[in-house]
Design a protein around this ligand. Structure first.
Ligand SMILES: Cc1cc2nc3c(=O)[nH]c(=O)nc-3n(C[C@H](O)[C@H](O)[C@H](O)COP(=O)(O)OP(=O)(O)OC[C@H]3O[C@@H](n4cnc5c(N)ncnc54)[C@H](O)[C@@H]3O)c2cc1C
Length: 454
């Protein structure tokens, strides 16, 4: 086969959207997917996506069979479910915050857009390993699962968009590339799509419950999918021996709203919930989506940030190819751009908040919500990666209400301050490899000061 400009491994949101963007830039693109093409998009997922992600990437909004329902905020509950905080991220002039979607239909649409733009797609292509010229990736080797034949593809740039499996990243030998994601930095989940007896309430908001009895180190979600359908699941912190399916069944049995519900589909999955990779690029290769750890560490959402990564990296890859430098240095602008100006800085900051939340037990979370120590505005700021900065006007009141848990209050403030520092560091991500070492030392120091392992 003719040498490709770009070979993309995995046709999930990251890979399919990159194939689309790169083909639009007149690059010769081959997208390899191990699934049969009519299963592309079929992934265990909460199926929620915020509007701004699609808007920023220029993807038309979901309609028809792809659309679950319009979402106008997220209600976050402590275990008792007596109080809640609503978070809404409406862009002015838009009709909703986001949607629940049918992932299979969404995935099929992204795939078709890529093909219509000129990308070639090969399904049943199980990528096994990278092809190397010394330490530079120059393509991939895959098995055609319909014939068992081994096929080699060469490309100027290779992209690992293979999701959590990170087929290529785990085989790259490079000082900046982390091959494995620690288990405790993974969310291990179970979810079902249920047909309930009654429509889930509220029908236009997602429900999140923080309850360590059922979702230690994670949360439970109930996402309305339109009518009586709901996507319900939970995530737990990996590496701790939790059994998400068992916990999920216990949770469902504890809530009358699920009595008599019919299971349409169910299954388990995992997502990386950690700080960004030190580098999303190495010689001849780029990592995006779950393979690049482009996932929000707080809520585990990664569809939007995967699409955003694809959007950012496409012109950078084109420039590197045109300049004849696809080395780590030539592709480095992707690290700079995604971290300084896009989702990278947010992921970095929110990883600290994720660590904080994983320290907090049921009683403390209950206390924080019931006493309005943390408000909607705080959560919105926190979700932007800015930390929970208790506003001056309200500080005294919250301080008095928080006196009984002074230690917790201090911890929140310490982590919030560190989140601000992290944001600042990522907004100043080093423009070149030469300055990277000193910068990395500063990031590591923040983790060290909080007592968090890297
Ligand atoms: C239970 C659960 C719930 C979630 N809920 C949400 C949510 O509500 N909202 C949200 O935004 N995110 C959610 N996420 C995260 C989201 O699913 C991912 O972040 C997103 O799918 C990442 O996209 P991706 O393209 O990187 O990877 P994927 O969507 O995983 O796509 C990777 C593709 O690569 C293919 N592939 C893998 N290995 C190979 C190989 N060796 N050769 C060829 N092809 C290969 C796969 O078949 C797949 O098609 C959830 C994740 C889980 C586990």
């Amino acid at each position: 086969m003719t040498k490709q400009d770009l070979v993309v491994v995995g046709a999930g949101p990251a890979g399919a959207h990159l194939a689309y963007e790169a083909a639009k830039l007149d690059l010769r693109v081959l997208l390899l997917e191990r699934l049969p093409r009519d299963r592309v998009g079929d992934k265990v997922c909460g199926e929620g996506i915020a509007l701004h992600h699609l808007k920023n990437a220029g993807i038309p909004f979901p309609t028809g069979e792809e659309l679950g329902t319009l979402i106008n905020g997220i209600d976050i509950y402590p275990p008792s479910m007596e109080n809640y905080v609503t978070v809404s991220q409406r862009i002015e002039g838009e009709i909703c915050d986001g949607w629940t979607i049918d992932r299979l239909h969404f995935g099929q649409r992204l795939l078709k857009r890529a093909e219509d733009a000129g990308a070639k797609v090969t399904d049943h292509a199980h990528v096994i390993k990278p092809l190397l010229d010394k330490d530079t990736v120059v393509g991939v080797q895959y098995k055609d699962t319909t014939t068992d034949k081994i096929v080699k593809i060469t490309a100027k740039v290779t992209v690992d968009a293979s999701g959590m499996s990170a087929t290529l990243r785990r085989r790259i030998k490079h000082p900046l590339i982390e091959n494995k994601i620690a288990l405790q930095d993974q969310a291990v989940c179970y979810r079902e799509v249920l047909e309930l007896k009654q429509p889930p309430e509220p029908q236009d908001r997602c429900t999140i419950i923080m309850d360590e009895r059922y979702s230690p180190g994670g949360y439970i979600w109930i996402f309305p999918r339109g009518g009586t359908i709901a996507n319900v699941g939970l995530g737990t912190q990996g590496g701790k021996g939790h059994r998400p399916k068992v916990l999920y069944k216990k949770f469902i049995a504890s809530k009358p709203m699920f009595k008599g519900a019919k299971v349409i589909t169910g299954g388990g999955g995992a997502a990386p919930i950690r700080r960004p990779l030190w580098s999303y690029v190495a010689d001849g290769i780029v990592f995006i989506g779950d393979s690049g750890c482009h996932v929000n560490p707080i809520h585990g959402g990664g569809i939007g940030s995967a699409i955003e990564a694809a959007h950012v990296v496409a012109p950078i890859v084109k420039n590197a190819i045109e300049a004849g430098d696809v080395s780590t240095t030539g592709l480095w602008p992707f690290n700079v751009e995604y971290n300084r100006h896009h989702y990278g800085q947010k992921i970095a900051s929110l990883d600290l908040m994720r660590r904080l939340l994983q320290e907090v037990g049921n009683k403390e979370f209950e206390f924080v919500i019931n006493n309005r120590i943390i408000t909607t505005e705080d959560l919105l700021r926190a979700n932007a990666g800015e930390g929970i900065q208790l506003s001056a006007t309200d500080k005294a009141g919250r301080f008095i209400r928080g006196l009984r848990k002074l230690g917790l209050l201090r911890r929140i403030q310490k982590v919030s301050k560190a989140m601000g520092e992290m944001l600042r560091l990522y907004k100043d991500f080093p423009a070149s490899l030469e300055k990277f070492k000193a910068w990395k030392d500063e990031v590591e120091q923040i983790y060290h000061n909080l007592g968090y392992e890297l």
